[in-house]
Design a protein around this ligand. Structure first.
Ligand code: PHE
Length: 340
């Protein structure tokens, strides 16, 4: 009997539920689509006896409206849930981004800059691709000097006049050609040498150059400046010693050793039993270099020094292989993160 069918479907409809919006759609198809169960009842309606039509028609319409209401309610419920799921949960913990650390070379370079800026040195930089004049000729290198050799110097496009600077002393020239004394500045930067790469040498490394030119600058000023630097860098107990050396652009020239901070000068494997570590080259600016840069060498004198940043970082952090600085393995770099 059609009335029984209507009332059992009405029960069914009232108890409908769906877990997803696809399930809601399936229910709509099942009951209300062209081939749906309720639609089918409307077809049956034609065969209903005329005296029953009024009652059945009314019930049938009620059933259809109930089904539509129910399915619309389920649809809305799922749409609201989907919107809720997309909403930002502000109480959730954020994704944390790791903060990078400074490279150990940058840490040491910045420390060197800090120490010399406390003595009134400013910072300047020059180009890495240089010409022969700034790297060699203006610095009093004789034409036949071995440092000019293809073995040491990288030349650009086989043009012997354009090259990668082999030392930051080229920035001394860049500064002196534009500025009259007093000059008191340091020049950090990368340098390039055509050397076989090993645990102790690399074809790229960093230097910090220092230049002080003024009236009456003496070797004692140089020594005192470098002693201050050594104590600030390696600890107040540090001592220095200057050994005679040779550079074309300084006269006299010296190499500076600092007392080994690991063994306190007693001798260990790092200082190879000597108690001393060589850390820089220095000297009084050769008058010929001042004159090449139109600075009156009778009125002015000066000192210069140059140190390798990798060398100092290796001593400070006890790093045995210079290649670690260029490989940038995060397991190596992470160890310096606290020193931001
Ligand atoms: N330029 C020298 C080097 O690379 C270091 C140096 C700089 C020496 C300044 C004396 C004065 O070895």
């Amino acid at each position: 009997m059609i009335l029984d069918k209507i009332s059992s479907l009405l029960d069914e409809i009232n108890n409908l539920d769906a877990k997803t919006s696809e399930e809601v759609e399936n229910l709509r198809v099942k009951y209300l689509s062209k081939k749906g169960e309720i639609t089918a009842l409307f077809d049956d309606f034609r065969t209903v006896a005329p005296e029953m039509k009024r009652e059945v028609g009314q019930k049938l319409n009620e059933l259809k409206v109930s089904a539509q209401n129910k399915i619309n309610a389920l649809k809305e419920k799922h749409a609201a849930e989907a919107a809720q799921a997309e909403r930002l949960d502000v109480s959730r913990e954020g994704t944390s981004h790791e903060i990078g650390g400074r490279h150990p070379i940058s840490i040491v370079k910045n420390d060197i800059i800090d120490i010399f800026s406390r003595l009134g040195f400013t910072v300047a930089e020059g180009p890495e691709v240089e010409d022969d004049w700034h790297v060699f000729t203006a610095l009093n290198f004789p034409l036949e000097h071995p440092a000019r050799d293809m073995q040491d110097t990288f030349f650009i496009n086989t043009n012997p006049d354009i090259l990668l600077r082999t030392h930051t002393s080229s920035v001394q020239v860049r500064v002196m050609e534009h500025q009259q004394p007093p000059i008191r500045a340091i020049f950090p930067g990368r340098v390039f040498r055509n050397e076989a790469i090993s645990s102790r040498a690399h074809c790229i490394f960093h230097q910090v150059e220092g230049l002080y030119v003024a009236e009456n600058v003496s070797f004692a000023d140089l020594k005192q400046t470098l002693l201050y630097f050594a104590k600030e860098m390696f600890g107040q107990q540090s001592q220095i010693r200057l050994r005679p050396s040779y550079f074309p652009f300084t006269e006299p020239s010296a190499e500076m050793d600092v007392s080994c901070s690991l063994c306190g000068g007693k001798g260990c494997s790092v200082c190879k039993g000597t108690g001393w570590l060589e850390i820089l080259g220095c000297g009084m600016v050769d008058p010929a270099v001042l004159e090449a840069n139109h600075i009156d060498s009778k009125k002015y004198s000066g000192f210069a020094f140059g140190m390798g940043v990798e060398r100092i970082a290796m001593l400070r952090y006890q790093i045995k292989d210079i290649r670690l600085f260029f490989e940038n393995d995060v397991r190596f770099l992470k160890q310096f993160q606290s020193a931001l």
